[in-house]
Design a protein around this ligand. Structure first.
Ligand SMILES: Cc1cc2nc3c(=O)[nH]c(=O)nc-3n(C[C@H](O)[C@H](O)[C@H](O)COP(=O)(O)OP(=O)(O)OC[C@H]3O[C@@H](n4cnc5c(N)ncnc54)[C@H](O)[C@@H]3O)c2cc1C
Length: 382
């Protein structure tokens, strides 16, 4: 891939840079999850007002029809400006593209616009207590009742469910045939979270925060028109979501990591640590890894351009990101000592939060299997 920006890409970058310069997000609220979420939602609203919330979406749906390179420029400039990542990240990167790929015209008209403006937040109801890496083991059931589906089951680790209006829900629609045809008996629903039959219970994380939740679903009703991609086709629709998750998040996450690395370099500089050869070497190594990750994410764009959708290469960037981010948090702890280990401090948060990086969005072991089998063509493990 040629990484030299064309004239139009430079113009796009400059326009965006000017927008970020004119739109100060204000001071980041620290230590208050709700305030932090509202800060991000407000900033997303401002992005949406000027057509910057989802540059990669087609113009007809409120995006800018940006090329993949322009989308990458967007995330890099967002990171450079220090602005927050949008609150409705799962809507913008996962639900929106999945609805565009599989939705009817009515579904596209109904759901896409409020995703952009952060009016309707989305969460991802895939994982269950006995179905994480093995999504085909989902037990939540949906039974047809006239024009509706009645859903019963439990989901877990549902990020942002406490703020969400909609859930991308994978459920079993043909329990009888589940044993013989596990992949063909799942369906994908757009579930309204605002009903008594859906209970959201926050899970307390090691950081002290509650980003994710348990969902208890006891007879929730979903209109038939909220089925996405047809009955029994949930596995294929879910794969679209997962591929977008790994590829789309690659840029998003590497930008967040770059912000953190720059902050650590600044702190080390303030304390006169940059002249220590060991510190300089470890920071240099992390800088190198961050750059490799950025360039690998760009290379992933080539695959999307070639095949029209994200490929298994996104698994590699997700795996590299989680490893590098954990090394970064460890180095911060080594450099800052007790300060990075004191409960409530921003660096302690990063250290503890990074533990989940190698689990969320696909565990490192599972991603290694995907890279081995589908990128390198090695024999299947099972
Ligand atoms: C911060 C965070 C946010 C999350 N947000 C969401 C969300 O919004 N929505 C959602 O649906 N889920 C979410 N998840 C759940 C996440 O997708 C799952 O945790 C993940 O898929 C792993 O599933 P599991 O926890 O059931 O572990 P399991 O699948 O039970 O895995 C247990 C262990 O076995 C290993 N393993 C499993 N299968 C294999 C294999 N075939 N080969 C080798 N090793 C294997 C795994 O690597 C792991 O170490 C989130 C998780 C975290 C940590």
């Amino acid at each position: 891939m040629d990484l030299t920006f064309s004239e139009s890409e430079v113009a796009f970058r400059d326009e965006l840079r000017a927008w970020f310069a004119d739109n100060d997000p204000g001071i980041e609220p620290v230590g208050d999850e709700d305030a932090h979420y509202h800060w991000r939602a407000d900033f997303q609203r401002r992005l949406a007002q000027d057509g910057w919330a989802a540059v990669h979406w087609p113009v007809e749906y409120g995006g800018r029809g940006a090329t993949l390179t322009q989308s990458a420029i967007f995330f890099e400039e967002l990171g450079r400006s220090g602005a927050p990542l949008p609150a409705n990240v799962l809507g913008l990167l996962l639900a929106g593209p999945t609805i565009m790929a599989w939705g009817t015209q009515e579904q596209k008209d109904r759901y896409l616009q409020p995703i952009l403006s952060a009016e309707e937040i989305w969460c991802q109801g895939f994982s269950e207590p006995d179905a994480g890496s093995d999504l085909a083991a989902v037990k939540t059931r949906a039974v047809r009742d006239g024009d509706e589906w009645v859903v019963t089951g439990q989901k877990v680790w549902t990020s942002g469910a406490q703020y969400s209006k909609w859930c991308m829900l994978v459920a079993r629609t043909d329990a009888e045939a589940a044993k013989t045809r596990p992949h063909h008996t799942l369906s994908y629903f757009l579930m309204d979270m605002e009903q008594d039959a859906v209970q959201v219970r926050p899970l307390r994380q090691i950081t002290g925060g509650s980003e994710f939740n348990e969902l208890f679903i006891d007879g929730a009703r979903i209109p038939h028109e909220n089925l996405l991609g047809g009955e029994g086709n949930g596995w294929r629709v879910a794969l679209t979501t997962l591929m977008n998750e790994r590829a789309g998040l690659a840029f998003f996450l590497q930008v967040r990591m770059r912000q953190l690395l720059d902050r650590l370099i600044a702190v080390a500089g303030d304390r006169g640590l940059l002249s220590e050869p060991l510190v300089a070497e470890r920071l240099g190594e992390l800088h190198l890894k961050a750059e490799v990750l950025r360039l690998t994410a760009y290379r992933g764009l080539t695959a999307i351009e070639k095949y029209g959708e994200p490929g298994p290469e996104g698994s590699l960037t997700k795996w590299m990101w989680s490893q590098t981010n954990q090394e970064l948090a460890d180095l911060a702890a080594d450099l800052l000592g007790p300060e990075a280990l004191t409960s409530g401090s921003p660096w302690a948060y990063e250290l503890l939060r990074a533990r989940g990086n190698s689990i969320e969005g696909g565990t490192t072991e599972v991603l290694k299997n995907i890279v081995a089998e589908r990128v390198l063509g090695l024999p299947k493990a099972r």
